[in-house]
Design a protein around this ligand. Structure first.
Ligand code: PLP
Length: 421
């Protein structure tokens, strides 16, 4: 029970014993020793088939040899320079080639920085202050967007320390609801700089857009001089080579990235039309900077990761996603339950609710006690999913058919246990 002892010790030095809230599940989280392929190994000698994948980045699985070898080679040449590298151009070109809206890119260190900077840019470009976000979307932990957020903040009130002066400029609407947004835009368009969204909501489980909804957002933003920002920190490089904008065929003005782009190392990026991106310092007047921006380790890992991500890669990954979602449906059917199985591509979640889930309010009808029993049963059967009903599960290239089969067996038991409690 080394994890239990470590957690007890950690709580003396790290708030809540962890460095990010959702990691602190009860009674104590397992402490990682190492990862390999689809498996995560803990300090107590257990291993788990991992569908958390560090909350999304590890699309090739843990410790992919190609990525690790390139990183080792780069490490011997230094880990940060404070001057530009050729590799940054290479990764930028690759992003631009893949992502429809991307004509220029700025690399930063996290998804949080990416959305903060994209919003600042949108405000500068439009000369307007307000932004619209959707209930339950998560765009990182900065003040502009910490309002009815998903992920670890789901269900919590706005955080103390976030000034009202900031959040009064953040307007909220339910996702997938054209009327609510139309009515807001009719009233406030002249003050709205940007609409920011996760094109597939991945921080209250997994909620895809209704058919036509992204097109509707594109039209209403164009008609009202509002910048459309797709936060593709999760969907970017996960659901298609060019992310959700390629998958759904809707091109935003700006997009933000993180997670997969860094190949398992810290990164963020925002990208978009050249006329907007050139407003970023030093070519323009919108300030954005970072000691570790374009860090050579993350950039190297990103380049090697993206090399694997072609059409064939996504068709194989999507097939695994489909197999998983269909398998869960079958398990539910056998148990005569009508819970919702959500997701697309290699993203999935089981909601312990019989309501259809198209927005935050509907997601919140899920029974979190049942989810917790399910989560712990999976864990005791060597399957690790994110420890919250309101996160999304991910599949990687490293997950085998056998892994998925074993996982579905564990899920059948997990669902049974949840129902008995
Ligand atoms: N945007 C989305 C959609 C996310 O899911 C996240 C993190 O999970 C972020 C932004 C913030 O990214 P980071 O944790 O790298 O700051």
């Amino acid at each position: 029970m080394k994890s239990e002892e470590l957690f007890k010790d950690a709580k003396n030095y790290l708030p809540g014993g962890v460095d990010s809230p959702v990691r602190a599940f009860k009674p104590y989280p397992f402490f990682a020793l190492r990862g390999e392929g689809s498996r995560l190994f803990d300090v107590d000698g257990n291993s788990y088939i991992d569908y958390c994948l560090a909350f999304g980045p590890l699309v090739l699985g843990h410790a992919n040899p190609q990525v690790m070898d390139a990183v080792k080679e780069q490490l011997l040449k230094g880990s940060a320079y404070g001057v530009p590298t050729e590799a940054e151009i290479e990764l930028a070109k690759d992003v631009i080639k893949r992502v429809p809206c991307a004509e220029m890119v700025r690399f930063v260190n996290s998804g949080t920085e990416a959305t903060m900077s994209a919003i600042r840019l949108a405000r500068a470009v439009t000369g307007k202050k307000k932004i619209v976000k959707f209930e339950g979307t998560y765009h990182g932990a900065h003040d502009y967007v910490l309002v009815k957020s998903g992920s670890g903040a789901a269900g919590l009130p706005d955080s103390p320390g976030v000034p009202e002066e900031t959040t009064k400029n953040t307007l909220l609407v339910p996702f997938n609801n054209e009327e609510a947004l139309t009515s807001l835009v009719e009233k406030k368009a002249k003050n709205i700089a940007a609409i920011i969204l996760e094109p597939v909501m991945g921080n209250v489980g997994c909620i895809p857009p209704k058919k036509g909804y992204l097109e509707f957002l594109r039209d209403i933003t164009l008609e009202n001089d509002i910048i459309l920002i797709f936060d593709e920190v999760i969907t970017g490089f996960r659901i298609a080579e060019g992310g959700a904008q390629e998958y759904f065929g809707v091109t935003p003005d700006l997009a933000t990235f993180g997670k997969i782009l860094g190949g398992g190392f810290p990164i963020g990026a925002f990208a978009g039309r050249k006329e907007f991106m050139e407003r970023i310092a030093p070519s323009g007047d919108v300030y954005q900077a970072g000691t570790f921006n374009g860090n050579p380790i993350s950039i190297t890992a990103g380049i090697q990761t993206l090399k694997n991500l072609d059409k064939k890669f996504y068709s194989e990954l999507d097939a695994k996603g489909l197999k998983m979602r269909r398998g869960i449906q079958d398990v539910l059917h056998d148990a005569s339950l009508e819970y919702q199985v959500a997701g697309l591509s290699s993203m999935f979640q089981l909601y312990f609710t019989t309501h259809e889930v198209w927005d935050y309010t509907q997601a919140k009808t899920a029974d979190t006690d049942k989810f917790n029993h399910y989560f712990h049963t999976l864990l005791s059967n060597e399957v690790f999913i994110p420890p919250s009903q309101f996160e999304c599960c991910f599949i990687s290239k490293a997950h085998s058919s056998e892994d998925i089969g074993k996982t579905l067996e564990a899920m059948a038991e997990g669902i049974k246990t949840a129902e008995k409690k």
